[in-house]
Write a protein that binds this ligand. Structure first.
Ligand code: NAD
Ligand code: WQD
Length: 345
């Protein structure tokens, strides 16, 4: 099937997951319109997307919280078949220090977007949620029916509230929603041209590993080695960003093709495998053949002990599964890190 006729609005399309999803959508024949205010990304990513895809998506430098601007965008693009909404702030620690900034952007942005979509009778939306809604999960692996825990941070709470807003909106019959709960996205496009490039110092494990191996940091501090896990370190489910991007293509296709079983659907997106911090460092060192110096430090506030996904629902209903190994994910993250160093980023 050719998807050429379908136009998809990707909010936050210049960001980490959004840029990879844009590339995946274009590869499947979709036309992509990006809206991004570059609050956590860079204008040159558009050139990189074009270099990979051979097509330059239409780009609007706009704030999704600005109702007037978003209204104008929809008026200019009255043939949008679906929206993938990535635009949000995502720094957990910053959200604790500046909760209103997060509530304003993440919730305000979603509400503004949904209102504009309603005004223009556009129903299909894929939403970026997070495994953070499960907190310290009561069952492992975690499936979508696992009870949610009170959020550890305002950031996590925005995801939970946004999911509730979307549930309520679908009840009015004005929206068809697929919410995707990502586990830990890692890695970069095989070209090395796009990857995670947050503004400021990264604090997620994989960028910390690659920066340490590249000599930009002295040491990785492993946040706690006395947890009740096989090697004492925390366990997560690390999913390659290209696999994650493919799930968005599957989700938006499901909406456009009216294959939903319910107007609000929810899917976990992970690999289904739990990996400890020590295992992640070991896998990196084995895959790359470069040391990533590390030492054990104290536990980090707010860390859940262990979580990994049951992705049976996404596998069967979205017809999607991950393809990229942790070792290959590390190789792609390393290639991206080396390109950053070489280009002085
Ligand atoms: P990112 O920061 O790289 O991308 C988000 C993009 O949205 C950025 O380009 C930023 O400039 C843009 N943006 C933010 N606020 C905006 C606004 N008001 N108007 C227009 N553009 C705006 O983040 P990411 O890692 O690609 O995450 C994408 C989405 O996935 C976010 O909603 C995030 O909360 C969610 N998520 C991310 C992770 C993760 O670990 N990366 C995990 C779970 C969920
Ligand atoms: C992974 C593991 C750390 C850095 C965060 C958000 C979550 C979601 C994904 C958006 C943990 C350990 C890390 C370091 C370490 N994002 N670690 N030393 O905390 O699982 O999830 O990103 O929705 O909401 O909270 O990811 O990469 O920070 O940590 O030991 O220097 O690595 O303790 O066990 P996390 P992370």
């Amino acid at each position: 099937m050719s998807n050429k006729k379908y136009k998809i609005l990707v909010t936050g399309g210049m960001g980490y997951i959004g840029s990879h999803t844009t590339v995946a959508l274009i590869a499947q024949g979709y036309e992509v319109v990006i809206v991004d205010n570059l609050s956590n990304s860079h204008a040159f990513i558009l050139d990189r997307i074009e270099k990979i895809s051979g097509i330059r998506p239409t780009y609007y430098n706009m704030d999704v919280c600005d109702a007037g601007q978003i209204e104008k965008l929809f008026a200019e693009n009255n043939d949008i078949a679906g929206v993938i909404h990535f635009a949000a702030y995502k720094a957990v620690g910053e959200s604790v220090a500046e909760p209103l900034k997060y509530y304003h952007n993440n919730i305000g942005g979603l509400v503004t977007l949904l209102q504009a979509m309603q005004n223009h009778k556009i129903k299909n939306i894929v939403f970026s949620s997070s495994c953070s809604v499960y907190g310290n999960a009561t069952q492992l692996p975690v499936d979508e029916n696992c009870p949610l825990q009170p959020a550890e941070s305002p950031y996590g709470n925005t995801k939970r509230i946004c999911e509730e807003i979307l549930v309520d909106t679908t009840k009015t019959g004005t929206a068809n929603v697929i919410a995707l709960r990502y586990f830990n996205p890692i890695g970069a496009h095989e070209s090395g041209l796009i990857g995670e490039l947050p503004i400021g110092q990264p604090s997620n494990l994989i960028p910390v590993i690659t920066q340490t191996a590249a000599g930009l940091r002295d040491m990785i501090t492993v946040f706690g080695n006395d947890y009740d896990t096989p090697d004492g370190t925390c366990i997560r489910d690390y999913i390659h960003v290209v696999d994650l991007a493919d799930a968005h293509v599957a989700a938006v296709a499901r909406l456009i093709e009216n294959k939903q079983l319910q107007p609000y659907e929810l899917y976990n997106l992970g690999t289904g495998e739990g990996v400890s911090v020590k295992q992640a460092i070991d896998t990196f060192e084995e895959a790359i053949g470069v040391k990533a110096n590390h030492q054990c430090g104290s536990r980090r506030d707010g860390d859940v002990v262990q979580i990994w996904a049951d992705c049976t629902k996404a596998n069967s209903e979205l017809g999607w599964k991950t393809k990229i190994s942790l070792s290959d994910a590390m190789k792609s993250a390393w290639k991206w890190q080396q390109n950053l160093v070489n280009s002085g980023q």
